[in-house]
Ligand binder design. Structure first.
Ligand SMILES: [Zn+2]
Ligand SMILES: [Zn+2]
Length: 216
């Protein structure tokens, strides 16, 4: 990894945040002033390992909220993850369950996925990673959290205005997964944008007592 590039991207992100989020300028300045405390070599590894202890110690040392610190490292790493993952996109998408059985976890970067699509051409279902943009196939009537595939216990919710957006729910583990059915529109959708635009579906699912199992 080109550390200078990562550092410079990280700086640009902080400057952009300062511009767009004036209410947290003080905190952002604190991070900028303490950059010598940040080990850019180690940060990507700690992020991918989700090492909470490391980040809470680091944030205590420079006195900024852990969540914000992780947010900044995470978002500046994502473009690199996409570049690294891209050569493997088609190989992973066409793997057909041969080498990966953790349906909700990205086989490339280990991040948790929250959305899938049913492919326009054949209805096959692909999970999407919003960190590195990798897609991997998973079965249709199947809970990506617990592996349950008993037909009656997997349901889906839709909202009337847009039947292409569905929320699959599992009665076994109370998990849910957002899904975009491309067959309604006939072509591929941008799942990165779709995931953000459908926060209302997350709220709907949570309101009905389902969880995305983020903290398991
Ligand atoms: Zn990923
Ligand atoms: Zn389940």
């Amino acid at each position: 990894m080109d550390l200078d590039q990562y550092k410079s991207l990280y700086n640009s992100l902080l400057l952009l945040l300062k511009e767009c989020r004036p209410e947290i300028v003080g905190v952002l300045d604190k991070i900028l002033a303490n950059q010598d405390q940040l080990d850019f070599n180690l940060l990507p590894v700690k992020l991918l390992e989700a090492d909470q202890k490391y980040f809470s110690e680091l944030s205590a040392r420079i006195d900024v909220p852990t969540e914000l610190l992780i947010f900044t490292f995470d978002h500046s790493l994502r473009p690199f993850l996409r570049l690294w993952a891209e050569p493997y996109y088609s190989e992973i998408a066409e793997d057909e369950f041969r080498s990966w059985s953790f349906a909700s976890i990205c086989p490339f970067c280990g991040s948790k996925s929250h959305i899938s699509r049913l492919r326009a051409t054949d209805g096959r279902r692909f999970m999407f990673c919003d960190h590195c943009f990798t897609e991997w196939e998973t079965r249709n009537l199947y809970c990506v959290h617990c592996g349950n595939n008993t037909p009656d216990t997997i349901q889906y919710l839709t909202v009337e205005e847009d039947p292409a957006y569905q929320v699959y729910t599992c009665e076994e583990c109370k998990g849910y997964l957002k899904t975009f059915d491309e067959r309604h529109k006939g072509d591929k959708t941008d799942l990165f944008i779709a995931n953000i635009e459908t926060v209302y579906l997350d709220m709907l699912a949570k309101e009905k007592g389902y969880t995305s199992h983020d903290n398991d």
